[in-house]
Structures are given as structure tokens and as C-alpha cells.
Unconditional design. Structure first.
Length: 489
């Protein structure tokens, strides 16, 4: 009898026990979470979820329970479980949110400079903004910039500072910019869109070439040294020639290994290739071409031939062919369009001549011939009576075309006389003067001065043809450092 009563009590007690089983998953994704600590209140036992996120607690007395789930990196979750029937199995699904669930996104970024609708902004603009994260999280920024000229969208990612410098902006262009803030926890937060407009294209009169990286690029400057880069770093451009009447800039650009004439707007935009056959000769750094006065045509050399072409690239015509097969390296067109001055040379750049032809290709005059050494740097005065050129008076010749004592000369067609401008302006010993051009009023000459070692930096100077002229001396003034191939229009 005692044994029977004891067994009956055990059976009655076990029949009042139940089971709690369940699964723990990640909020929203329902990804099972393993190793989640599961405990109950009132206390039964503590267990951990398996790899599939499931758990089971057996032999739980009947009653009301709270199921607590804990896992590092997640917010604790408590779910109810009620055992009200004998041998009941209660199933529980626990969704756990990670610690970031209570994290707040960054505040909306506030744009500071330039202010909205700013105008007359330069080509370089410093953008700045401010943004705060309520939780102190690190903020990464994305800058988005658009403009009203084209469909280009510039996006700068992963900025850690609340400022950024935009460079080489186009003139007379409206830009729209926006900042996107991200704390890597919440959704991105977008700022308002601000607008600014750059200044109009300055009417600079000076243009020159400067090396940027491995390429030559063209720069535009005013008389006080405020300049901007007209061409891009990734191309090789040289010999700028502005035409005021056409409102265009011409220059030489290397294209697939060949040199061609291009034209562009005065801010460097809308670059268009003009020549179909390349400009060719013995040395790309010596080759030059010329506009006509009204900016409708250009002339250029191709080995022993001289061509003329319309500024839009149409109507290419042969003007002149050298009789002895010598190369045409430089050419300049008179203001009235009636005369063209050429510099010719052999394949090494020597045995040079300066001759004058008419527009039909007829020979008019030989100005210089039968001299040793390098010559070049042609220009012609507005009245067509004065020719500017350079000559290495040392007569030195070698296979690297090194020049030892190159001077600027002015030749007067009326008096048939030569003036050594470099000597009168006291050229420093060991230096040479190259690439001369008349100033717009022809009272000055702009040119490049550099060491005769052929390696040193080149600088652009000007010589006044009136200062101290009574004493037979001209003064030279530094204009631009680390620059050459000047143009002054």
C-alpha cells in the first residue's frame, strides 16, 4: 500500500509539469541566433540556444513564466509563457534586436560656405558644413556636386572632415551641392541643396605653358598674376595663340602621337580639333602656326609644306612648298593678310632661313640666310614692317639642338637693319632669350629667358622698347616664373 501511494504521487506530480520550447531569431531578418542565454522567472533552469536558434526547457511546473533571452550585441528580450494545462507544450518565438536598434541617425547636415545662391565665386571653392550625431557616432560624409552645363555628377565618398575644396571649376557656371551624412548604423541623412555661381571668364591677355606632372598645360593670367589653368592635366598642350576677333584660344595638342591645332573658348571649354593632317617638323617644341587677323583661318607647317585651314577645320589648302625640301618650322601671318614670314631649316633644325612670301606662295624676300646656329621665334608688327626673331649668335650646332647665346632681334623691312634687343636689355651671361612676341601696343616684347644648359627652369620676361631708349638700353622685367611659350594679345 505504501509503495502504491508513493508511485501515485510521482505520477500526479509529473502530470502537472509542462515544456517550454522556442526559437530565437534576429529582428526583421529572422536569422536564427545561436548561443543565446535563455532563463526563466520564476527560475527553472538556464540553457543556451543551439546552432539553429532553438531551445527546450522540460519539466516546468504549471504557472506563468517570463522567458528572458540574452546575447552580447543584442538588446535583452522578455517573452511570456503560460503553462495552464497538464503536460502542456508552450512554443515561444523570440525576436532580438541588435544594440543599434535604439541608435539615432545623424542630424541633418547644415551647409555653411559658400552660402546659398552665392555668386562671382572663383574656380577654387572651399565647401564647409556642420553635422552632429546624437549618439556621438563617427560620421562619414558624401559630397554630391552637379552643374547646369552638362549631366556630369561628381560624387566624393567617405569624407571624414566637414570641409572639401573644389578646384578647376568652370567659369560662368551654376553648381549645386549636397552633403549626405552616414553613421554606418542608420539610413543616410541628406542636407538641403545649395547653389553657387562662378565668375565670368576673365579677359586675360597673357597665356603661357607650364609643366604639370608629365604634361605641358596652358595657363591664362592677368597682369597682376591672377591665373587659371585653361587645359587639363591629362593632355599635352602647347603654343597658345589667342585671337581677340574670334574670341577663341588656339593651341597645339598631342593626339595619338601627332600634333594638331585645337581651338577652345577662352575658359578652355569646347576644345575642337581643327587640322586633319598633323603639324610636323623637326621639333615639336619649336613648331609654330598663326591666325589671320580676323580669326577666320590659320596657317600651319607640315614638313616642307605650308597649309591654311578655316577655324572650323574645313577648307584645307596648300599655300607653299619649299623648293629645296627644307622643313617649315614657324610661320606668321601679317595683319593685312598679304604677307607670310616663314622660318625654314634642315632636318636637324639648322641651315635656317627666314623668308617672306605672299598669300599665293610667291617668294618676296629672304631676310636671313647662310648663318650657323638656331633661329626662330617669329612675329610681325601690325604694319608688317618689323620682324621679330631669335638667333644663336654663337653659331653653335649639335645633335641636341642646344642653344648657347640666343638673342632677340628686330628686323626693319624699310631700313633693312637689325637691332639686337637682348644685348640692349643686358641679357645675363649664360642665359638665352627665346619665344619672343610683340605686346599688343608693340612697345614691349614678351619672351622666355632660360639658362643655356637646356635643363633649367624657364621664366617669362618682358622688355620695354621705350624705357631708357635714349641711352640705347632696354629694361627687362620678370612676369611669370616656371613658364614659357608666352602669348600676349
Amino acid at each position: 500500500m505504501l509503495l502504491f501511494v508513493q508511485c501515485s504521487e510521482e505520477i500526479e506530480e509529473s502530470s502537472h509539469l509542462g515544456t517550454i520550447k522556442g526559437i530565437v531569431v534576429k529582428h526583421e531578418t529572422n536569422e536564427p541566433l545561436a548561443n543565446v542565454k535563455i532563463s526563466t522567472a520564476p527560475t527553472t533552469e538556464t540553457i543556451f540556444t543551439g546552432e539553429d536558434g532553438t531551445f527546450i526547457i522540460k519539466d516546468v511546473p504549471m504557472g506563468d513564466y517570463s522567458i528572458k533571452a540574452e546575447l552580447k550585441g543584442y538588446l535583452m528580450e522578455i517573452n511570456p509563457a503560460n503553462l495552464i494545462e497538464m503536460n502542456q507544450v508552450v512554443s515561444v518565438v523570440v525576436e532580438m534586436k541588435d544594440d543599434n536598434a535604439l541608435n539615432s541617425p545623424p542630424n541633418v547636415p547644415q551647409l555653411i560656405t559658400p552660402y546659398d545662391n552665392a555668386f562671382e565665386v572663383g574656380q577654387t571653392v572651399d565647401l564647409s558644413w556642420t553635422c552632429v550625431d546624437p549618439d556621438g557616432d563617427e560620421i562619414k560624409y558624401k559630397l554630391i556636386v552637379k552643374n547646369n552645363r552638362n549631366d556630369d555628377v561628381v560624387t566624393i565618398e567617405d569624407l571624414s572632415e566637414s570641409s572639401y575644396r573644389l578646384v578647376n571649376l568652370s567659369f560662368d557656371t551654376s553648381y549645386f551641392w549636397q552633403i549626405v551624412a552616414n553613421d554606418d548604423i542608420n539610413e543616410e541623412v541628406y542636407s538641403p541643396v545649395f547653389k553657387f555661381k562662378t565668375a565670368k571668364v576673365p579677359q586675360n591677355r597673357f597665356h603661357f605653358v607650364r609643366q604639370v606632372g608629365n604634361n605641358l598645360n596652358i595657363f591664362s593670367s592677368d597682369e597682376t598674376g591672377n591665373f587659371f589653368q585653361l587645359t587639363q592635366d591629362n593632355v599635352n598642350d602647347l603654343r597658345p595663340r589667342k585671337n581677340v576677333s574670334a574670341g577663341l584660344m588656339a593651341f597645339l595638342r598631342m593626339n595619338e602621337g601627332n600634333l594638331h591645332i585645337y581651338t577652345s573658348n577662352l575658359d578652355g571649354s569646347n576644345a575642337v580639333r581643327v587640322t586633319q593632317n598633323p603639324i610636323s617638323g623637326f621639333n615639336n617644341n619649336e613648331i609654330d602656326y598663326s591666325w589671320n587677323a580676323i580669326g577666320s583661318e590659320l596657317i600651319y607647317p607640315n614638313y616642307n609644306k605650308l597649309y591654311r585651314v578655316n577655324k572650323d577645320g574645313s577648307g584645307t589648302n596648300l599655300v607653299y612648298t619649299t623648293q629645296d625640301g627644307s622643313y617649315i618650322t614657324e610661320c606668321v601671318w601679317s595683319n593685312d593678310g598679304s604677307k607670310i614670314v616663314l622660318k625654314t631649316n634642315d632636318i636637324d633644325g639648322y641651315n635656317a632661313k627666314i623668308i617672306m612670301i605672299d598669300i599665293m606662295g610667291n617668294h618676296l624676300k629672304t631676310i636671313v640666310e647662310n648663318v650657323s646656329g638656331a633661329m626662330g621665334g617669329l612675329d610681325i608688327s601690325v604694319d608688317g614692317n618689323t620682324i621679330l626673331f631669335t638667333r644663336d649668335i654663337s653659331g653653335f650646332q649639335n645633335n641636341t639642338y642646344r642653344q648657347l647665346n640666343t638673342h632677340i632681334f628686330i628686323y626693319n623691312l624699310i631700313t633693312d637693319t637689325f637691332t639686337d634687343v637682348s644685348s640692349l636689355s643686358k641679357i645675363p651671361t649664360g642665359f638665352i632669350d627665346i619665344d619672343p612676341r610683340f605686346s599688343p601696343n608693340e612697345a614691349e616684347i614678351i619672351f622666355t629667358q632660360t639658362s643655356n644648359d637646356g635643363l633649367s627652369r624657364k621664366d617669362i620676361y618682358k622688355i620695354s622698347l621705350t624705357a631708357d631708349a635714349d641711352n640705347g638700353n632696354y629694361s627687362r622685367t620678370l612676369l611669370f616664373e616656371n613658364a614659357w611659350m608666352p602669348d600676349w594679345e
